[in-house]
Design a protein around this ligand. Structure first.
Ligand SMILES: [Zn+2]
Length: 478
């Protein structure tokens, strides 16, 4: 007892504790008795009032619980148990027990269909190639691959298509008596609209070699010969994409690469002039295609939020993106990133960790997700840092979020007026919403919470625009 209620050798502390326990016990008993009486009276009144309608209220409540369980709890549960059983990406989209007339095999087939649709993003590359018919056989494959790589980040995630179909194909929505998903229609509504531009890769090769030539008089001399060859290859570069989630614009710059090599007694001098990606912009209105398609089908408001929520149950990798772009709140007190909450001078951008931690393990931009292997846009940079290290505010500002945020784990978001910074996968948070912080002050400790393969800091630098936000590559500012 001494261990729990204070130091037994300290009579004052012990006496105070005993007194506190006595008073709280007494008060508790009185309050409980009073509370029970009040509750009984309220219940009596409610039952008397509702008695005639009670059966209907119960039926409605039961019906609501059933619908909720079928849509959310059962699929999540099945996905979880399938993963635990090691079935891999086994999923439940419509399957909710055999009695619903939709089998696991039906779900498997549907899942494969969504994956195939998501993969169709690779098709536009072939289309451009065929229409144009300009390519030499040898360059077709190479060019097509670069186009596929450019298009890949814009695939429509299968989880979003499945969540939409789960609503639109529901017998309650269709008035039919069976599940009727329409993956093709959903894909058509959300597929990326891609605009390409032609670009020339010009390769100039200058070969120099020495040759022994017999002169008319019979003597031999060594002469230097030079030959120049210019090859032009046409490629397609992705210029603009109107995707399910945002609009993307890619900008390129001209570069010239030069190198030389000696082979077989000849000197080769290469010069390649081409356009390479300089930067890209991702801007809103975010998820406009999804909202428009759902609105056309009479779905808006809370139902849209439910669809996004369902999409994150099907595919957890979506959570971070959907939350970050404001499609789905994920947390009750998540602030709107496009609103300026703080008026003040942000000062210059400081590194969010001690200077010794500056290894970037995952850069800003498109990448393969380390946990799920899917293609995603990385809205920040990942900085290698062990667990428990100090994380600093990058600029002066006000904390607008401090808590757990889906796949981001423990997260802090700071508003700096025209900018926002986000720090994710933290192990501990030292600030709370509303706190004013100065650049360089400690706000958290690094960690590996949320969807993370190991301790690192995920750091985002966000610009606030009129009616939207834009992700910036933080490394451009150091
Ligand atoms: Zn990251």
């Amino acid at each position: 007892m001494g261990d729990i209620y204070g130091n037994i050798n300290d009579p004052f502390s012990r006496g105070a504790d005993i007194a506190r326990r006595y008073i709280s016990g007494m008060l508790g008993r009185h309050l409980r008795r009073f509370g029970a009486l009040v509750l009984k009276a309220i219940l009596k009144a409610v039952i008397a009032f509702l008695a005639p309608a009670a059966v209907w209220v119960l039926i409605a409540l039961f019906g609501f619980a059933l619908v909720y369980a079928v849509i959310f709890i059962i699929p999540a549960e099945i996905i979880r148990t399938d993963r635990e059983a090691g079935i891999g990406t086994a999923v439940s989209i419509f399957y909710a027990g055999d009695e619903f007339g939709w089998t696991r095999e039906d779900d498997m087939r549907l899942h494969r269909k969504y994956l195939e649709l998501a993969d169709r993003v690779k098709k536009p590359a072939e289309k451009v190639r065929k229409i144009d018919g300009l390519y030499a056989a040898s360059s077709v494959i190479e060019d097509s691959e670069s186009q596929i790589a450019a298009a890949e980040p814009h695939r429509v995630p299968w989880g979003i298509m499945a969540a939409i179909d789960r609503f639109l194909g529901d017998p309650v929505m269709t008035g039919s008596s069976f599940w009727a998903p329409d993956p093709e229609r959903t894909y058509e509504a959300l597929k990326p609209e891609m605009h390409w531009k032609k670009s020339i890769i010009r390769t100039t090769v200058e070969v120099t070699w020495k040759e022994v030539v017999q002169q008319p008089d019979g003597s031999f001399v060594t002469v230097t010969r030079t030959e120049t060859d210019v090859e032009e290859e046409e490629v397609y570069l992705l210029k603009k994409v109107y995707a399910y989630d945002a609009t993307y614009e890619y900008r390129y710059k001209n570069v010239t690469e030069k190198w030389t090599e000696n082979r077989g007694g000849r000197h080769y001098s290469y010069e390649v002039e081409k356009e390479v990606l300089e930067n890209y912009e991702r801007y809103g209105p975010y998820f406009e295609r999804v909202y428009d398609f759902l609105a056309e089908n009479g779905i808006k408001g809370d139902d849209v939020e439910l669809i996004f929520h369902l999409a994150t149950i099907y595919d957890e990798t979506l959570a971070g993106d959907l939350i970050a772009l404001g499609a789905y709140s994920g947390a009750a007190d998540k602030p709107d990133l496009s609103i300026r909450y703080w008026e003040g001078s942000p000062g210059s951008l400081k590194w969010p960790l001690d200077a010794s931690y500056k290894t970037i393990t995952s850069p800003f931009g498109p990448r393969i997700h380390p946990v799920y292997g899917t293609v995603r846009f990385h809205t920040g940079v990942d900085i290698a840092v062990p667990e428990g290290k100090k994380v600093y505010a990058a600029m002066n500002g006000m904390v607008i979020f401090a808590g757990t945020l889906g796949g981001y784990g423990k997260t802090v978001i700071i508003d700096h007026g025209d900018y926002k910074t986000l720090y994710a996968h933290l192990s501990a948070v030292n600030v709370k919403g509303g706190d004013e912080v100065t650049g360089g002050s400690i706000i958290a400790r690094s960690g590996s919470t949320g969807l993370s393969t190991g301790p690192h800091l995920h750091f985002e630098f966000i610009k606030v625009l009129e009616g939207g936000i834009k992700y910036l590559d933080p490394l451009d500012f150091y």
